[in-house]
Design a protein around this ligand. Sequence first.
Ligand code: ACO
Length: 333
Amino acid sequence: MSMQSSSIIIRGLGSYIPKKQLSNDDLAKIVDTSDEWIQTRTGIKTRHIASMEENPSDMGTQAAETAIKNAGLNKKDIDLLVVATMTPDLPFPSTACITQAKLGLRTIPAFDISAACSGFLYVLDTVYHLLRSGPYKNALVIGAEKMSSTLDWQDRTTCVLFGDAAGAAVLSKVDTPNVGILGSTLGADGTDPSILHMPAGGAACPASAESIEKRQHYLRMNGREVFRLAVRAMEQATRTILDQFDLKPEDIACIIPHQANVRIMQSLGKYLQVPEEKIFINLNKYGNTSAASIPVAITEAHKQGRIHPGDYVILVAFGAGLTWGATLIKWHS
Ligand code: ACO
């Protein structure tokens, strides 16, 4: 890869987790499941559920306040806002526009990206290129999800897997060469959306008495198929981005995968031959929070001292679409 004179760094991080917890035992009172089944098959122990009044824009606003503060910046310094979400507050306007107003930002460009659980990596790559080539210096990026609003609480095969949260980062252009985000690889294969989708509520099937009766406004998933494709897509994406920078899996200090299932993350580690202690996992506390999972995980990994200046860090995700991606970061000092 060629030398760059400037870089895009993650300058500040923040996360927001709703107060209300829903444990596996709580779920066992709603559907025919058990703590033992959920923990063995997924690694999830508990998850947090947003209140009726808490929307993705509210959670994103909280995470962003922390990220801006940790970046040592003021709101007036932010000149671009992009939100990753598959659970927008409203079909339109975008959650980014609603968040811009709640944060009291200037009238900067604000838009959403929809790539499900890979959404935050799609945002990182888009914003990386906008910062490099556009007139922007500091961008606020958010992953915010209220997955609980999409779940069929009568379907034990899906409702035990997800949780609500938001994570945010401030990305800044700096004059130091070759630090921060070094590059990303993204991919998508839309040939079979039904592997993981919500059948109704969009233009193809607007809400009707029939769509509600058929329970079509909930997330539906072929879990086994997603599992199989996820491991393959994440391994390939990681290898692709490492190859681009002449790095090997052993050069990586920390892998932060999308938190969907601990068995998926362990399989990824096995195929890449990366020891388990280098793979960051916090799924046990939050479940799968879709586009929020990676920004929440980086925030925690950073806070826990798992990432040091000069470390190579890989972020890797897959999600509905299907979509996938990996981002390589050289952590700045
Ligand atoms: N409690 C108890 N039993 C259950 C539950 C539950 N919550 N859910 C399913 N079962 C039962 C099934 O009915 C099945 O019973 P049967 O054998 O009598 O038919 C049995 O458990 C086994 O079910 P499987 O689906 O084969 O279980 P599996 O080991 O594959 O685990 C799981 C299912 C956890 C969903 C797994 O396939 C998985 O994690 N897949 C990936 C999902 C994922 O990552 N999704 C997020 C994508 S990201 C995004 O964009 C949102």
